[in-house]
Design a protein around this ligand. Structure first.
Ligand code: ADP
Ligand code: ZN
Ligand code: MG
Length: 500
């Protein structure tokens, strides 16, 4: 359901029920090789089954070795979410049968995750919100099933499933929250902030569209005022942040309607179907003991020495939350502007590089240009695709601040630079945007406008202050828009008030 009817059903549901939501996120870690073997993780566009070896294919008689970088990435994430990082961690086998899992088990971490008891705070439309994070652990990805139609081939079955094991064994980090989330918006914002955090510390590209970040939402509802949680349903296959929010709202509404009509909710895994904007039943939910977890006999426990942990911590860059605060304290930016800059990595880079270009353009003005004109252009609202060179933006902001070009003309310069890449100064000269700020040249123009408009001058002296606006307009016209409007206004008033 979409449209007004859907909104009112959701609103109706939220009047009587409260949602309880926990999020599980799987992220592909940015390592060069796989989790337990030397195979390359560079599998984008690669021929199926070209990045595999006996270890990641689960052939007998081979042993896994741990990818140190992957462990470091989870530890770094643990520090970034203020979690307790384990001094000793262990590997466990999670057993299940599925064709995309050649070993018949996934090496994961069950009882001793690398990081536990963290938290993440982020902004929502209702103010800041904190979610407790239960754990962050390391595991390995599975292969990929391709349900292909082989029509036209000499095969007896028209439909077949193919398997590509290239993704098998790519390091995955799983991050699980406590069931602290209460709205779909909080869930989306949590996932967005976590994505930004992982990109900032460089552990994952975390691009949802490419499956590098997979968000699963556990959703239950309970009558408002009741403490006990309801039965949860797990929703997966959301391929964008917007889809996360929509899928959760759909699920809240679906469960409310079901409960109202006397049905009971059962533990199940549901999938989000983008075209119909609804969830559908995929399979009943596995119980924990179905996985027959036991310690991985082929890998020893892993000891994380204090020196190693300190080394990883020392490499941690400035995190988004700290950066937002610093932008406000150091540059006097508003909380809103600081968030816009920090949440968009292209905007943040442009802002910092523009300041670094050293023309002396003020940070606050640069921030205005980046969050305003640049973001508008980058969203494609002008219809053009392009870029802004930070050194050129630095020049532009300075030209406006010094009154050399007007703000309105500067926007045109920016749009042209964005689309064509031409130098700011070249555009200003070619379009004749340089303002006349030379007092002598302005005086001449003002003189002739005053002489040509005696009525307006008389009106002003008779007390009609608005006549100044008309006269400024005349000077601008006479100079073909190139006069510095602020200077014209000041000079005009001076002349009219003093010379009787
Ligand atoms: P599984 O792998 O079986 O889904 P996890 O413990 O990894 O189990 O994840 C469970 C997720 O569901 C956690 O994020 C947890 O906070 C959340 N959760 C647990 N109980 C509920 C509930 N009643 N309603 C909503 N979410 C819940
Ligand atoms: Zn391999
Ligand atoms: Mg789950």
């Amino acid at each position: 359901m979409t449209g007004p009817a859907a909104v009112s059903t959701l609103r109706g549901a939220l009047e009587r029920y409260e949602a309880v939501i926990g999020i599980e996120i799987h992220c592909q870690l940015r390592t060069a090789s796989k989790m337990f073997c030397g195979c390359s993780t560079d599998i984008d566009g690669a021929r199926p089954n070209s990045h595999c070896c006996p270890v990641c294919l689960g052939l007998p008689g081979v042993l896994p070795t741990i990818n140190k970088r992957a462990v470091e990435y989870v530890i770094a994430t643990g520090f970034a979410i203020e979690a307790t990082v384990a001094h000793t961690t262990r590997w466990d086998r999670k057993n299940y049968f599925y064709p995309d899992l050649p070993k018949g088990y996934q090496i994961s971490q069950y009882q001793l995750p690398l990081a536990a008891n963290g938290k993440l705070t982020f902004d929502t439309s209702a103010g800041p919100f904190t979610v407790r994070i239960n754990r962050a652990h390391l595991e390995e990805d599975t292969g990929r099933l391709i349900h292909a139609e082989l029509d036209g081939r000499r095969v007896s079955l028209a439909r077949r499933s193919l398997i590509d094991f290239n993704r098998c064994g790519i390091p995955l980090m799983e991050i699980v929250t406590e069931p602290d989330i209460r709205t779909a918006e909080q869930a989306r914002r949590y996932a967005e902030e976590l994505r930004l955090l992982m990109q900032t510390i460089g552990v994952s590209n975390a691009e949802m569209e490419n499956g590098q970040m997979r968000v699963e939402a556990n959703v239950s509802i309970r009558p408002i005022g009741r403490e006990a949680f309801g039965t949860r349903v797990e929703v997966k296959n959301m391929n964008s942040m917007k889809a996360v929010e929509r899928a959760i709202n759909f699920e809240i509404e679906r469960q409310a309607v079901a409960i109202d009509s006397g049905e009971t909710i059962t533990m199940e895994t549901r999938g989000w179907d983008e075209p119909s904007q609804s969830t559908y039943h995929m399979r009943p939910k596995e119980e924990e003991n179905d996985y027959r977890y036991f310690p991985e006999p082929d890998l020893p426990p892993l000891i994380t020495s204090p020196e190693w942990l300190a080394e990883i911590k020392a490499r941690q860059p400035e995190l988004p939350a700290a950066l937002r605060t610093r932008y406000q304290d150091e540059f006097g930016l508003s909380g809103y502007d600081a968030a816009v800059l920090v949440n968009d990595s292209a905007a943040r880079t442009l802002f910092e590089h523009t300041l670094a270009a050293g023309t002396g353009a003020s940070a606050k003005l640069v921030a205005n240009w980046v969050t305003g004109e640049y973001m508008r252009l980058a969203k494609g609202e002008s219809g053009a695709a392009g870029q802004v060179d930070p050194a050129e933006l630095a020049v532009l902001v300075k030209l406006v601040a010094d009154g050399v070009i007007s703000g309105t003309n500067a926007k045109e310069v920016m749009a042209e630079h964005f689309a064509s890449g031409a130098k700011v100064v070249a555009i200003v000269e070619a379009r004749g945007f340089r303002q006349i700020s030379d007092a002598g040249a302005l005086d001449t123009a003002i003189e002739s406008v005053l002489a040509a408009n005696p009525t307006a001058v008389a009106d002003y002296r008779a007390g009609k202050g608005a006549a100044v606006g008309f006269l400024v307009g005349q000077v601008m016209k006479a100079t073909r828009g190139q006069a510095n409007a602020v200077m014209v206004q000041t000079a005009l008033r001076q002349r009219l008030d003093n010379a009787e």
